[in-house]
Design a protein around this ligand. Structure first.
Ligand SMILES: [Zn+2]
Ligand SMILES: [Zn+2]
Length: 445
């Protein structure tokens, strides 16, 4: 007998027994996407927070579009609110790094609650700061651009190296549709790039479950399956900022963040496709050449990873190759140390993968179980293109040569196995890299 599927919005603030056998805890009490979201915030804060002092972080743009209004509403309800507008760095937006955190630690006092008004960096900084101060925070989303509103992770640079810090989730997330729909289009398109990734990351998660018994939860893996048709079938709605299309991206982002929170890792939302974006960011920290937004890079990584799955699916009896046992140290420069560690930690898994899949019965079972869930590169590319998102490497301000460098080095940065490692193992990479890029990522002349 099947019980009816859980709706993601019915699990907020609860601990529940999941079909995967685990008890999942969702610490976020509410996700409010509504025109009166900021008014609902005062009710929820009144219930959840005992004092009446708040420190609000924003940047100048998000202060203007949401922060000032929120301050006004909270003050009317008896709150005392201190506003910190995090300044831009020269012409660049604020950064989430140890230097900025230290500065905020000394400036931000001891409020009863922190408010993050903004997207990636502001949300990350507030999450990190409030965690360090052992104080709750709420997130006010100003664009559907990344899944960090509902996740516990922060991705700061510490001593110049990009890291993942496990902090805490907000107690609630608030968004006004009118603000989210009017966000700069590159932010909306970035959100779409980050959510289409699930079509590949889900298959990679299954791969790790199948080969290495990595913990897997169907509910978390499929948490956005009902939302996906809204943007895959009607990407043009995103291009014209149709409210339903924009809300679909917002929901997909917040729910995939919830899945990461429940599982405690990024497995539900991040696989081989994300390596492309992380590698471009890391290359940028080595040579100073700027990179684009996370989701815009991830969208292209997803097209590429889906193309790898398509090629793998077609292989009936693979030949396995040995992978190089060290990384390309000169390429990684100052990051060679941490990258080497990740790559070395992966070696036993790579050997195990090759041993298991060399057996042809195993290979066939693996193909059926894992490859069936990855969708075609064409569907992903069409979705991004029709939505007006980044579709070709030059859309993200990256040369074909630089994108190729990222692709042939991206398997080195993480110890977890992905479709990219498998593609190396059966000889698709590096041999077919030019061909795949030409076919999928380079804009036709
Ligand atoms: Zn579960
Ligand atoms: Zn992402």
């Amino acid at each position: 007998m099947h019980s009816s599927p859980l709706r993601p919005d019915s699990i907020l603030g609860k601990s529940f027994q999941c079909q995967c056998g685990s008890t999942h805890l969702v610490p976020i009490k509410a996700i409010i996407y509504s025109d009166d979201a900021y008014y609902q915030m005062t009710d929820i804060l009144g219930r959840e927070i005992s004092g009446r002092t708040a420190t609000m972080l924003s940047d100048q743009r998000t202060y203007d579009i949401a922060g000032s209004k929120i301050m006004e509403i909270l003050k009317q309800c008896g709150w005392s609110v201190e506003s910190i507008v995090v300044p831009d760095k020269a012409t660049l937006p604020p950064r989430c790094d140890d230097v900025t955190l230290k500065n905020l630690m000394s400036r931000s006092g001891s409020p009863d609650v922190f408010l993050a008004v903004g997207t990636g960096v502001i949300n990350d900084l507030t999450k990190w700061l409030s965690f360090e101060k052992n104080t709750p925070y709420v997130a006010v989303a100003t664009a559907g651009t990344m899944n960090g509103y509902t996740s516990a992770n922060v991705a700061p640079s510490i001593n110049g190296v990009k890291q993942i810090v496990r902090a805490h989730t907000p107690i609630a997330v608030f968004a006004m549709p009118s603000v989210i729909e009017k966000a700069p289009f590159h932010l909306i398109a970035s959100g779409l790039g980050d959510v289409v990734a699930k079509s590949v990351s889900g298959a990679d998660w299954k791969m790790n479950h199948y080969l290495f018994e990595e913990y897997f939860c169907t509910f978390c893996a499929e948490i956005i399956s009902n939302i996906e048709p809204l943007y895959f079938n009607h990407p043009e709605r995103i291009a014209r900022r149709d409210p339903q299309g924009i809300k679909a991206i917002f929901d997909a982002l917040t729910y995939s963040g919830l899945a990461m929170t429940m599982i405690g890792t990024s497995a539900p939302a991040s696989g081989g496709e994300h390596l492309f974006s992380h590698t471009l960011d890391m290359m940028s920290s080595v040579d100073g050449i700027p990179h684009d937004l996370h989701g815009r890079q991830v969208g292209l990584g997803t097209i590429f990873a889906a193309a790898l799955y398509e090629r793998l699916r077609a292989i009936e009896s693979p030949r396995f190759f040995d992978l190089p046992d060290t990384i390309d140290k000169p390429f990684w420069g100052k990051l060679a140390g941490p990258v080497s560690e990740q790559y070395a930690a992966k070696q036993p898994h790579l050997m195990q993968m090759r041993d298991r899949l060399s057996d042809s019965a195993q290979w066939n079972r693996f193909r059926e179980t894992v490859f069936s869930s990855a969708i075609s590169p064409e569907r992903i590319a069409n979705c991004l293109y029709s939505a007006g998102a980044a579709r070709f490497v030059n859309d993200i301000g990256c040369s074909v040569q630089r994108a190729k460098m990222a692709i042939v080095h991206m398997h080195e940065i993480r110890k977890r196995c992905t479709v990219v490692d498998l593609a190396w193992m059966v000889g698709i990479l590096p041999d077919a890299v030019d061909e795949i890029m030409e076919q999928w990522l380079v804009r036709p002349q």
